[in-house]
Design a protein around this ligand. Structure first.
Ligand code: SAJ
Length: 424
């Protein structure tokens, strides 16, 4: 199938890079977003999100005339839906944006068109949820128009490269839809394109992130056992990983971000009676901040009135994303226990409600009973404990991510503790 004109619904972290990349390959692209501010910023040559290389690419796409942005879909050969699927209280996927996006396409859908859903969704969303809405057009899926699911699997910070180089899964509601999806993404994708059915493609995305979540959960449970039995989890993991078929991941204060900490719930929600392992893994990872709190209590005694310096708030090292961050949860738990927490976060751009951040490490560490490392940012790994010693009143250190060297901190005069170490 040939595509001259496509319409991308949703201009966020996935939709905008996708729209710009197609436009860069000479395709006429209509980018649609319901948020008028996003459209205004883009039309003025600005960008509402940060992703390396995207500002240049969107500027180029807009000035070439290949990309235009607006609030309404237009007629096109293909429609790509890349809207968010947040999760609501009760750990259920909120499909309202997918619903609105499908509805918005209905008046523009023509025989022979292809519709692709990219948003991470519970299994069967394409066939049981998107398809009936699109058929309100009076056209039949599979007969009059083609329909596929293709998950995004790109890593923030590397989106433009991974969009092109990663393998791409295309799940069609029938083989013709999968083939049409392959033809579409072949315009931008250099990696392998794997065709399957729509529900398998949805499952693949959820399985990848769930697999990682379960593996991190077992690492976290091993770290609890290590404390109980007086050994160091980090040493034990590095020895176990010498086995050719073992690759234990790293324990830590929990699992965050908007993917791995969310997607497994889509499986649990869809089939609660047959997913005890996935649910338990989520619960283990979500309870890690409480495990950190208990460890802090052991070190400091009653927490009310104590002062702690927290290093980091982001959900993982060297990113500026704070969604579902376990570090944020640790800070909030400590605050609720009466601790005065001063935070240093080099990637902070907007303040988080109720959390006080310090502009410098010097200020953050000045008066503290404990230094708490929550995120393994590169900037923290290279800190010199001797210099920190001069600046802080703290004598105790708790490292939750294996970022600091015990020997160096002890030599600098600190009482050093690590999450998952029963040897402190
Ligand atoms: N984490 C650990 N221990 C580890 C590894 C990670 O505690 O050994 C924690 C991190 O600190 C973080 C969380 O897990 O809080 C998730 O981080 P991550 O780097 O594992 O994954 P994400 O959420 O940044 O990106 C994932 C990726 N999926 C997989 O690796 C299977 C990415 O490829 C997906 O595109 C992305 O989810 C997504 O959009 O779904």
């Amino acid at each position: 199938m040939r595509f001259n004109r496509i319409c991308v619904i949703g201009l966020g972290y996935i939709g905008l890079p996708t729209a710009c990349t197609f436009a860069d390959r000479g395709i006429k692209v209509v980018g649609v977003d319901t948020n008028p501010q996003i459209i205004e910023v883009l039309q003025q040559g600005g960008l509402h999100l940060y992703e390396p290389g995207l500002k240049e690419l969107s500027g180029k796409a807009l000035t070439s005339g290949n990309l235009k942005v607006g609030s309404q879909p237009e007629n096109a050969d293909a429609f790509i839906i890349a809207v968010p699927t947040p999760f609501q209280d009760g750990k259920k996927a909120d499909l309202s944006f997918v619903h609105a996006a499908c509805e918005s396409i209905v008046p523009f859908l023509r025989p022979g068109n292809l519709v692709v859903l990219e948003s991470t969704s519970p299994p069967r969303t394409t066939v049981d949820f998107a398809l009936p809405i699109l058929e309100k057009s009076g056209l039949r899926a599979g007969t009059d128009f083609l329909l596929a699911y293709s998950p995004e699997r790109v890593l923030p910070g590397k989106i433009l490269r991974e969009l092109v180089e990663n393998a791409r899964v295309i799940g069609g509601i029938d083989p013709a839809s999968a083939q049409a999806g392959s033809d579409l993404y072949r315009i931008i994708v250099k990696g392998e394109i794997i065709q399957t059915d729509a529900t398998t493609a949805e499952m693949v995305k959820l399985m990848e992130n769930t697999y990682r979540d379960v593996n991190i959960a077992i690492a976290n449970e091993f770290s609890r056992l290590s404390e109980r039995f007086g050994i160091d989890i980090w040493e034990a993991v590095s020895i176990a990983n010498h086995h050719p078929r073992v690759k234990i991941l790293s324990p830590g204060p929990g699992v965050g971000g908007h993917c791995i900490s969310v997607d497994p719930w889509f499986l649990v929600e869809s089939a609660p009676d047959i997913t005890p392992l996935i649910r338990t893994a989520r619960e283990v990872n979500d309870s890690q901040p409480e495990f950190v709190l208990k460890k802090v209590q052991k070190l400091l005694g009653p927490l009310n009135g104590k002062s702690i310096t927290a290093f980091g708030l982001a959900y993982k090292p060297d990113v500026d994303d704070f969604r579902e961050s376990p570090a944020v949860n640790c800070v909030r738990l400590l605050q609720n226990s009466g601790v005065r927490v001063s935070v240093f976060e080099p990637f902070m751009n907007e303040p988080l409600p109720g959390i006080r951040t310090s502009p410098t490490i010097e200020e953050a560490v000045r008066e503290a009973d404990l230094l708490l490392l929550l995120v393994n940012h590169s900037q923290f790994r290279t800190l010199d404990p001797k210099e920190i010693n001069i600046k802080t009143s703290a004598r105790k250190v708790l490292d939750t991510v294996n970022g600091w060297d015990r020997g160096q901190w002890e030599k600098a005069g600190f009482n050093f503790h690590k999450l998952g170490s029963g040897r402190d």
